[in-house]
Ligand binder design. Structure first.
Ligand code: 5AD
Ligand code: FES
Length: 349
């Protein structure tokens, strides 16, 4: 057996590699190795989740953001971004529609918008949980204080998504303005976990300046942090950002890493992202085949969908929620998987 097959085999049997081994695996991967990891990842996933795919209804509550991340289309510095904020009533209407379509998790996602202080968010979370006690509420609202995370959790929020973006501090500095820090990001993630949230981290594949060693650090971080969820998708340039002319990440490497992450943590909740669906025809289906088990369709009102544009050409921005639900049903069935209407919590084995 050559060195790369040996490393791949080690990942399959031990669910862990050294940082150097991850880097070697990434650099020397080939279609045969990818296929081997995909089939092992598929096996692990089926042992725990069978062919079931969980849905999360994404409600994009605000595209105001105080941050200026260099990659992001809703960065503060983008004067071409037309800003909006959903009201509590808008959010409840989206949830109502989602509920009737079978969604049992609602994800409130938004930029870091001061309007959404703890009082306003607690009120919304409380209303959602009172109306839909059997549903999970996930938040994806960026960096906040320990006290804030705690208050939101005590109001009933179940999960929190905060991508770490990159586990290399120097690389982090190249993607973010000086006002943001890698240390704070990681501290937020540990705070979320300590408070009791089901916590998700994640990163972009093929972000500017990213090296195989950086990705190896991301994988090592996933091993040690052991998140319940992990969001990865290709970087896609947005025309009104400093990274407009940068190359996008590839669907191939994204799918490869989905298989690797499934093997690192077999029970992880792993979305096949909209970014992956944007960059490749049937990208989300490919992500599921590679080991993902979650899809996060958009429940935002069609009137604001185009405004929540983190990257160019995002899919599903013209579709009504019911259309996406139908479309996904067909797509998922066509590859032999099945969407289930439940909260879709992580299964402990
Ligand atoms: N391409 C791909 N993903 C992006 N995100 C932000 N901007 C882009 C982009 N241009 C991701 C970030 C963020 C998540 C909400 O979306 O990883 O955490
Ligand atoms: Fe939105 Fe297919 S999932 S149109």
């Amino acid at each position: 057996m050559n060195e790369i097959s040996f490393i791949a085999q080690k990942l399959i049997s031990e669910h862990s590699l050294s940082k150097d081994e991850y880097a070697l695996l990434i650099i020397n991967r080939n279609p045969e190795i990818s296929e081997m990891l995909l089939s092992a990842a598929d096996k692990e996933r089926r042992k725990i989740y069978s062919n079931k795919i969980f849905l999360r209804g994404l409600i994009e509550i605000s595209n105001y953001c105080k941050n200026d991340c260099l990659y992001c289309g809703i960065r503060r510095g983008n004067v071409n971004c037309s800003r909006y904020r959903l009201t509590k009533e808008d959010i409840l209407t989206c949830a109502e529609e989602g509920y009737s379509l079978g969604f049992r998790t609602f994800v409130l996602q938004g930029g870091e918008d001061g309007y959404y202080n703890d009082d306003r968010l607690c009120d919304i979370i409380d209303s959602l949980k009172t109306k839909y006690p059997e549903c999970a509420v996930t938040l994806s609202l960026g960096e906040r204080s320990y006290e804030s995370y705690k208050r939101l959790f005590d109001s009933g929020a179940d999960r929190y998504l905060l991508r770490h973006e990159t586990a290399d501090e120097t690389h982090y500095g190249k993607l973010h303005p000086d006002s943001m820090s890698y240390k704070n990001r990681i501290e937020c993630l540990y705070n979320l976990k300590e408070i009791g949230y089901q916590t998700g981290c994640g990163f972009m594949v093929g972000s500017p300046y990213q090296t195989a060693e950086n990705i190896a650090a991301d994988l090592k971080f996933i091993e040690t942090f052991s998140p319940d969820m992990c969001g990865i998708g290709p970087f896609i340039p947005h025309k009104d950002t400093p990274f407009a002319a940068e190359r996008a990440g590839t669907p191939e490497l994204t799918c490869f890493l989905l298989s690797v992450i499934r093997l690192i943590k077999p029970n992880i909740l792993l979305p096949s992202t909209t970014a992956l669906g944007t960059i490749a025809p049937n990208g989300r289906e490919k992500g599921i085949l590679a080991g993902a088990n979650v899809i996060m369709p958009n429940l935002s009102p069609v009137s604001v969908r185009k405004k929540y544009e983190l990257y160019d050409n995002k899919i599903c921005t013209g579709e009504e929620s019911a259309q996406c639900r139908q479309c996904l049903e067909t797509r998922i069935k066509s590859i032999g998987f099945e969407i289930v209407n439940d909260r879709g919590d992580i299964k402990f084995i």
